[in-house]
Design a binder for this molecule. Structure first.
Ligand SMILES: Nc1ncnc2c1ncn2[C@@H]1O[C@H](COP(=O)(O)OP(=O)(O)OP(=O)(O)O)[C@@H](O)[C@H]1O
Length: 336
């Protein structure tokens, strides 16, 4: 568990303390992929850098497992940092070193002297990230996605229990982003490490995260399981992020339906409910007619979900809505 306990952070600018993060507490469970989303300047980098104490909090404690990181003397803090890997938006590779040397670097820093052990670990890591054939290349000879894979191999070298990802896919095109996110999800699953990632894209959160915190001007304004935050955002900032990942016209909101007869409903299905014919059964039983205005089926990490915007007509609409809710379908009326 990573615990932020009453943490806050200000920077000293021109002799004045300027708050970057208002006081907050936050728990990140072991093995989770935890997303922190926010606009530029919201405090994401500050928050993620507090975990390995690249930034010191102005107050409060950061506790990882049983260790209060904020209380560690420098030598122990250096050792604790080796259990926390980090990857960066611009990869931060050593340009004059080969891929293999970049990956070996943290092993050497940690004191490993056995060349055979280093070689074998580097090979294993390059195999994991799909770069076995590129060991002797230099970073300039690699694509952005390949560079980030080197960054990931390097971050995993000392077998960390936590991986911090600082806008790790922001410099990549959508297809490369998807493959790097797939690799992160695989690492999380197979190595059981905790991943904390910061991003300004809800789609990144949707694809890989289990839980998310939304940062707005130094405050955590919303947090929870990604499916809950995604399908029922409560804060205006979260709604904006969600609508970027899920254009609202597609999901059926904000479309002028006043000329469409009937009551306009948005139904959200999650998990198995996405595939079961509940809507057909309930509308049949209640004698309700419906017309599909918009819809989509997608996934939030491994969870299938569907959203349908319907115009419903008939005396049994209220009974149908009750039955839909009882069947675990989220129903939101857009006309009332
Ligand atoms: N070293 C620093 N000295 C002074 N102010 C800083 C420093 N680092 C960050 N800040 C300020 O703290 C606030 C939060 O910055 P931070 O970099 O954490 O935000 P962010 O959400 O990561 O933004 P971005 O996505 O643009 O990187 C901003 O107002 C920023 O100007």
């Amino acid at each position: 568990m990573i615990r932020f306990v009453d943490v806050h952070k200000s920077y000293r600018v021109d002799g004045k303390d300027v708050p970057a993060l208002e006081p907050f507490s936050l728990d990140i469970a072991d093995g989770d992929v935890f997303g922190i989303i926010g606009h530029s300047g919201a405090g994401k980098s500050t928050l993620i850098r507090l975990i390995n104490l690249l930034e010191r909090p102005s107050g409060g404690r950061i506790v990882i497992g049983d260790t209060d990181m904020t209380a560690l003397p420098e030598p122990e803090l250096r050792a604790a940092r080796q259990r926390i890997g980090m990857i960066f938006q611009h990869f931060n590779l050593l340009a004059s070193q080969t891929v293999a040397e970049n990956v070996a670097f943290p092993l050497r820093i940690a004191g490993e002297k056995d060349q055979t052990a280093i070689r074998s670990r580097v090979n294993e890591l390059l195999h994991r990230v799909g770069l076995s054939d590129h060991a002797n290349k230099y970073p300039s000879q690699l694509s952005g996605g390949q560079k980030q894979r080197v960054g990931i191999a390097r971050a995993l070298a000392n077998r960390p229990s936590i991986l911090l990802c600082d806008e790790a896919t922001s410099a990549l095109d959508p297809q490369t982003t998807a493959s790097v996110l797939d690799l992160l999800a695989e690492i999380n699953r197979e190595l059981k490490l905790t991943i904390v990632l910061i991003t300004h894209e809800m789609d990144v959160v949707r694809r890989v995260c289990d839980r998310v915190a939304v940062l707005d001007a130094g405050r955590i304004v919303e947090r929870g399981a990604v499916a809950d935050v995604f399908l029922r955002p409560t804060h205006a900032t979260t709604r904006r992020f969600v609508s970027e990942a899920l254009p609202e016209e597609e999901a059926g909101a904000n479309v002028p339906y006043q000329h469409v007869p009937g009551r306009i409903m948005r139904l959200s299905f999650r998990g198995e409910a996405t595939w079961s014919p509940t809507l057909g059964r309930i509308t049949r039983e209640t004698g309700v007619d419906f017309n599909i205005l918009a819809g989509r089926i997608d996934r939030i990490k491994d969870l299938p979900y569907g959203q349908l915007t319907l115009a419903m007509q008939g005396a049994g609409v209220d009974a149908a809505l009750k039955a839909l809710r009882e069947a675990g379908i989220d129903v939101e009326e857009l006309t009332r």
